[in-house]
Write a protein that binds this ligand. Sequence first.
Ligand code: ZN
Ligand code: ZN
Length: 156
Amino acid sequence: MDLPKFPVEGGCQCGAARYRLKASPLSVYNCHCKDCQRFSGAAWSMSMIVKDSDFELLSGEIAQYRKTADSGNAIVMNFCARCHGWLWNDPPAPGIKVVRAGTLDDLDWAAPVGNIWTDSKAVWVQIDPAQVNFPKGATDRTPLFDAWTRSTHKDS
Ligand SMILES: [Zn+2]
Ligand SMILES: [Zn+2]
């Protein structure tokens, strides 16, 4: 997949909360944990890992919700305070945000390279064995970062 010209933007459904992504994310993958299923209302949610320094909130008021993830870690979830659209999580790992990739204005370039929490996926969801997959959470995200780098920097 070819990367777009950065910066790119995204935001919530009502348009109040807008953000800018200044550089490529470190990875995009699907999370099949029960929390993501509940919050997204879908079988999985698309997680896009970005460096804090590459993410800029341009407008909007943010409402926060603190929860304990399946992994046992405390996570801060960030929503548009007006339409309550789910925008990003602040994970316990410092320096990164997990942005919901579906909030990008254009997500054609953001094809996921792997899956986490496949142990709790719906039985009818097919996982591509050629991707980087984890039965539970990825304590070390390096394989997901490497897979993203491979998919976006085609050998030439
Ligand atoms: Zn909104
Ligand atoms: Zn999840």
